[in-house]
Design a binder for this molecule. Structure first.
Ligand SMILES: *Cc1c(COP(=O)(O)O)cnc(C)c1O
Length: 385
């Protein structure tokens, strides 16, 4: 058994990130400015995105996108219950109603057929989440959206870098939101990016910074004017240069970090292949997942313990695991407000009761990966039915 506890997902930053942050601090400009601009340009270029807007979080990016689209009270936005709270909370923030629909049994992504069935005259947008970094069926989602004149706002918090039919998530014209939270595939400690059309992002930039028609950086440039206009009561969602400096380094390391994630996934797949009690994550043939999470599903009929106990046994083996996600329709706020039952979305709820997330990050050594796999196999065989 492993001697030291293996944390689930420590941040993966090195001396280069430290150096870049220190340089930014010493540069004389620490909040949003030239580095944030450079990060936006480099990020858009890396994805082939029409444009990019650096923000304080993915939550901020999603909220900004919905507000810029004009979504508000009386509107409905179709989304998935298998996601982090932010995806639906931002819909609530606009005054619109999140309409949950069930997920596909293999990917656990929003089911386009269920989304179609949920469209009403009040529906304004679809908010798909690329769960674990496996892209949603975007062809079906865009087809549904264009039939009904709906916007598509993608939650790509897990999906950097992911490809759907050869195209990188974030390279499309619709708004796509990325997260640079501490545990995400690319981190700035906290941060996010909104990609989309430049004309849309110009309006989003105003929404995300006080509703101010000129940003502070330009105001303080030589030749800049002290005048500004408040066009609407906007938010305070800008990304400081201090964090953009870290993001620029992480972006250069993205490919190497991604390669390591893929190696870890391959090692897990090999270790768990053909095991009666373990279901490994799927990968549809037309996508390249970003592998943000490794969600293992237990065949509970083959085990004498439930998922929660399995997780405890993993901790006893000194392996930190987690669960992504507690379905949103079972959370008190959403359950009460919309009078939802766990079985309203049986695929989402049924899979929730049997899934756990194993450590998956670029900092894992081959020994760490072997320790995780051994612990899973040990717990599964000791509690086999
Ligand atoms: C992390 C996460 C978010 C929120 O990202 P922040 O950058 O922390 O705001 C949104 N959606 C999903 C699916 C996430 O995992």
């Amino acid at each position: 058994m492993r001697k030291e506890f293996l944390p689930f997902s420590p941040p993966f930053v090195g001396e280069e990130e430290v150096e870049a942050a220190v340089q930014a601090l010493r540069s004389g400009w620490i909040t949003t400015g030239p580095r944030a601009k450079e990060f936006e340009t480099a990020f858009a270029a890396r994805l082939g995105a029409p444009g990019a807007l650096a923000l304080s979080s993915c939550t901020a990016a999603l909220h900004t996108a919905l507000v810029t689209l004009g979504i508000g009270p009386g509107d409905e936005v179709v989304t998935t219950p298998i996601t982090f709270a932010a995806s639906a909370n931002v819909i609530e923030h606009t005054g619109a109603r999140p309409v949950f629909v069930d997920v596909e049994p293999d990917t656990l992504n929003l089911d386009p057929a269920a989304a179609r069935a949920a469209v009403t005259p009040r529906t304004k947008a679809i908010l798909p989440v690329h769960f674990t970094g496996h892209p949603c069926e975007m062809d079906a989602i865009h087809a549904l959206a264009s039939e009904h004149g709906l916007a598509v706002v993608e939650d790509a918090a897990h999906a950097l870098p992911a490809r759907y039919r050869g195209k990188l998530v974030g390279s499309s014209a619709n708004p796509v939101a990325f997260s640079f939270y501490a545990t995400k595939n690319l981190t700035t400690a906290e941060g996010g990016m909104l990609t989309g059309e430049p004309t849309f992002l110009d309006r989003a930039r105003v929404v995300a910074l006080h509703g101010m028609s000129r940003d502070a950086w330009r105001r303080y440039e030589r030749g800049g004017s002290w005048r500004y206009d408040i066009e609407l009561p906007g938010f305070k969602y800008n990304m400081p240069d201090l964090l953009a400096a870290i993001g620029l380094v992480q972006l250069r390391r993205l490919e190497a970090m991604q390669k390591r994630r893929e190696e870890v996934v391959a090692a897990y797949a090999k270790a768990f292949a053909g095991h009666a009690a373990l279901e490994v994550p799927v990968r549809r043939s037309h996508v390249d997942p970003a592998w943000h999470l490794y969600v293992l599903r237990l065949r509970l009929d083959r085990l004498t313990i439930d998922r929660d106990t399995f997780l405890e046994k993993m901790r006893e083996q000194n392996i930190g695991c987690s669960v992504h996600f507690i379905p949103l329709h079972t959370q008190p706020f959403y359950r009460r407000k919309y009078k939802l039952q766990p079985d309203d979305f049986p695929v989402a709820y049924g899979n929730f009761t049997r899934m756990l997330s194993l450590p998956l990050h670029p900092g894992l050594t081959d020994q760490d990966v072997a320790d995780v796999a051994d612990a899973v196999l040990e717990v599964a065989s000791r509690h086999a039915r």
